[in-house]
Design a protein around this ligand. Sequence first.
Ligand code: FES
Length: 107
Amino acid sequence: MAARMMPSRHDPIRRRDETAIGISVDGEPIAGVEGQSIAGVVLARGRLAWRTTSAEGRPRGLFCGIGVCFDCIVTVNGERDVRACQRRASDGDVVETQHDELPEAAR
Ligand code: FES
């Protein structure tokens, strides 16, 4: 049977019951839904940027959304440089935004 002919009750991509989760970002509690990425939870809260560039402190958040650009890195439960677009949010995650200064030699 072609996918377009599949009855909706057999569609494996249908909506499921939502399980609420909660994470904190820089100490702010944010509610999400099980299955969302950390970036998804933060974006759904209305926050578009959560990192600043080393050179000029410009805001960065989600850019590629597929794990390529590293614009979305955050610290999760003490682990640095986690791509927020690739990490599934877990209830109780502690997320901290990152800003790293340029090394002295690069200034
Ligand atoms: S947005 Fe590009 S790696 Fe996450």
